[in-house]
Design a protein around this ligand. Structure first.
Ligand SMILES: [Zn+2]
Length: 216
């Protein structure tokens, strides 16, 4: 993935706070939103699962890390072979489902960034993570589909980041009706990166679990 053109270097203060989700949906996978506490915005937060830090991030750094994470994810899809669609346990998604989820998150966050560039503090549409899996919207996802779609979604996202007008990182948005928290576009960029790195760790862990169940 060509990230050489993504050279924006403006630094922003990120105010990425994620509130716990409410509602009666039982998540199939651990909820990223639950993993970050509702601390003051000045605190830099860290994901207890993957170690991601919501520290200040340049556009170029975001692009480099997201590209690396997604390329690694595609590599995991290929390495999983016939087990790519297998859930290692009832509590986990398959690698394909994590990939489909990541693809949809990236597309959704891109739309929120575009909307927040045009409107003042718009409210993002939640992706309804578990519902779209449970309703079967990922049923026709093949490994080759998801690999290509992840790359396309990421490239679209990074083009948006690269072409965002100067200083727009500070514009605000409400993340979603489900997570009614005001963040900046910079925070949304960080969240897309977090999702990429976090779910890469999920997919890699799946590979390990599948391998040990095969050989154990
Ligand atoms: Zn994480």
């Amino acid at each position: 993935m060509d990230v050489a053109r993504l050279t924006g270097t403006k630094r922003s203060t990120l105010n990425s706070l994620w509130l716990p989700r409410t509602g009666n949906i039982v998540p199939m996978t651990y909820d990223i939103m639950h993993s970050v506490s509702n601390e003051p915005a000045s605190d830099v937060q860290t994901c207890p699962h993957c170690g991601f830090s919501w520290a200040t991030l340049t556009r170029a750094k975001c692009a480099t890390r997201m590209s690396a994470a997604v390329e690694s994810f595609v590599d995991v899809i290929q390495r999983a072979g016939a087990q790519v669609g297998t859930r290692p346990s009832e509590q986990r998604w398959s690698i394909l489902e994590y990939g489909g989820h990541l693809r949809d998150v990236i597309l959704s966050v891109r739309e929120r960034i575009v909307l927040a560039s045009i409107l003042d503090v718009p409210v993002g549409t939640p992706i309804f993570r578990d519902e779209r899996v449970d309703l079967g919207f990922y049923a026709q996802d093949s490994a080759s589909d998801v690999a290509v779609e992840l790359q396309v979604a990421t490239y679209l996202f990074l083009k948006t980041v690269a072409t965002l007008p100067p200083n727009y990182e500070e514009r605000g948005l409400i993340y979603s009706t489900r997570t009614p928290l005001e963040i900046t576009i910079a925070g949304a960029m960080s969240n897309a990166l977090h999702e990429s790195e976090h779910h890469l760790a999920d997919a890699t862990e799946n590979l390990r679990l599948l391998d040990s169940s095969q050989h154990g």
